[in-house]
Design a protein around this ligand. Structure first.
Ligand code: MTE
Ligand code: MO
Length: 507
């Protein structure tokens, strides 16, 4: 027993871990609620889920039911931040992950530096039969005697080892695999796991394993040799005189953590714009160190072929209603033959260049079979065809010297406005460097047919290293801008304005 003590760093990293895991679980559940279905295949077809947390049935007709219709509205006491706030949930998940990984690195480094690693890393194969023996004792509701705890018994040791060195790293890898930026830069990564949906499912199963472990771990602290455990946890040593005090401290700490977990949800949801800005800024250093460093990707990066094309493709955002855009309906009535794309400054109509649909189709065309990843969690593989973004923009001359973003505006309207004012057009700002990427195109064709209404007819943008919300459908006009802060709510796009997403849509 005396061979290992419970040094302060061990106890501190455990406490921090406990607090952060709570935030990770709660924000993770928020993300699950956004698309409460898990699949192994990347096309997410209705009925192909292996598990789902909703009774809603998806109609087989594409576009009849949107991913937004499918979202669940979890309460704030359960998830972070609760209600229909998937983007804030994701930002919280990202930020807390960074802190959790840092804390984990400190823990694992100190484990090795201090030589304490032997407490959880098995050094002999005899761990397996020993663990089996202790499992038999637990299953019979017994407790292995104290001399087996050095400081843990074989079963505990094996479990701790698996959680720290197998489940945690698996979570750290399967998380980023779901990001289009990562999977488009390292296409072998999603392949390794059998695709993005498989990675999402493994991430989910890892969460279940972690949760079962935490419940079991905390329960066993109180069930097996409680006096030893609680005093070790709080004071770092066994002290029979202070068992009650230690127990009180542990229970109050857990209660306090629960209160803070829930309080963060309520504070965040009351101040959504402030949370969005805070979380974006807090994550920016990590983004700068990682995904912002990725070079414009290679067009052949996504490893899909015709046979991967999804028989069913989810959709988000419906085509404009007749009263939203009579203009679009007029065009649709004539199969968009009269469609003219407007490129140029909205405040200077004389400078607007009008490009007929035929001209767009007569530019050099590019075809790409790619996976669309919606921020909500679903993916769909399709073949898109159209001219490169920069080729179309060149029809209006070179970008102005101060051009930083391409403002893409839709005929369709936003689904809601952050302050309830009348609906304004759906829009998005794409950083100019991303317009230069090989796979940035204006698509007018999907799976060898003109774009169906639902999927963005007559023209939509595809920027494959981004999640779906940047890819404006039903495009009406394009404009180079230097700054987006004066457009609508000033956050860089409809989803950023009223969904609290971030302008850097790579994750
Ligand atoms: N005009 C318009 N474009 C839009 C949206 C929208 O609501 N309106 N939704 C976006 C989101 S969130 C996603 S995931 C994709 C979905 O594209 P799909 O319907 O073709 O699958 O469209 C994007 N473009
Ligand atoms: Mo989306």
């Amino acid at each position: 027993m005396t061979q290992y003590d419970f040094p302060i760093w061990l106890r501190a990293t455990h406490l921090i871990n406990f607090f952060l895991i709570g935030l990770l679980l709660r924000s993770g559940w928020q993300i699950i609620a956004t698309h409460p279905r898990f699949y192994w295949r990347s096309d997410c077809g209705p009925g192909t889920e292996w598990i789902r947390f909703t009774k809603r049935v998806v109609p087989p007709e594409e576009g009849a039911y949107t991913a937004h219709d499918d979202e669940l509205e979890p309460p704030s006491w359960l998830t972070l931040p609760g209600k229909l706030n998937p983007a804030l949930g994701r930002h919280w998940h990202g930020l807390v992950t960074m802190l959790w990984v840092l804390n984990g690195l400190v823990y694992v480094s100190l484990l090795f530096v201090t030589g304490e690693w032997r407490r959880i890393v098995p050094t002999s194969w005899s761990i397996f039969p020993e663990a089996w023996e202790s499992l038999k004792i637990y299953v019979g509701f017994g407790v292995p005697s104290i001399e087996h705890f050095t400081p843990y018994d074989a079963l505990q040791k094996l479990t701790y080892f698996s959680i720290v060195f197998i489940v945690a790293p698996l979570m750290m890898v399967t998380g980023p695999v779901m990001s289009p930026a990562v999977s488009s830069r390292f296409p072998w990564l999603p392949k390794l796991f059998g695709g993005r949906q498989a990675a999402r499912s493994i991430h989910f199963l890892g969460m279940v394993a972690m949760s079962v472990f935490i419940l079991g771990h905390v329960a066993l602290v109180f069930i097996t040799h409680r006096e030893y455990n609680v005093t070790h946890m709080v004071f770092g040593e066994y002290d029979p005189a202070r068992v009650a005090q230690a127990t009180t401290i542990i229970i109050s700490t857990i209660a306090l953590a629960i209160i803070v977990w829930i309080a963060i949800s309520y504070v965040s949801i009351r101040n959504r714009r402030a949370s969005q800005k805070f979380l974006f800024r807090a994550m920016e250093p990590f983004r700068k160190l990682t995904i912002n460093k990725f070079k414009p990707r290679n067009r052949t990066a996504q490893p899909y072929t015709e046979k991967d094309i999804s028989p069913y493709h989810w959709t988000n955002g419906r085509y404009p209603k007749p009263d939203e855009s009579p203009e679009w309906h007029e065009l649709a009535a004539h199969d968009f033959r009269d469609y003219v794309l407007e490129i140029g400054p909205a405040n200077d109509p004389a400078k607007i260049v009008r490009v007929p649909f035929e001209q767009i189709k007569s530019l050099p065309q590019q075809e790409q079979i790619v996976a669309h990843a919606c921020m909500q969690g679903w993916t769909g593989i399709a073949k898109w065809k159209g001219p490169k973004v920069m080729d179309v923009m060149a029809l209006a001359g070179p970008p102005p010297a101060d051009a930083k973003y391409l403002l893409v505006t839709s005929f369709g309207l936003a689904q809601s406005m952050s302050d309830g004012r009348p609906l304004e057009p759906f829009y998005s700002c794409i950083p100019i460097e991303d317009c230069h990427e090989d796979e940035s195109i204006f698509a007018w064709s999907m799976n060898d047919k003109p774009l169906p209404w639902t999927f963005g007819a007559p023209l939509r943008i595809r920027v494959e290293s981004y999640v779906g919300y940047k890819m404006v459908k039903y495009i009406r006009s394009l404009e180079w801008i230097a700054d987006y802060s004066t457009i609508q709510d000033g956050m860089g796009g409809t989803r950023e304005d009223s969904g609290y997403q971030v302008i850097n849509a790579r994750i």
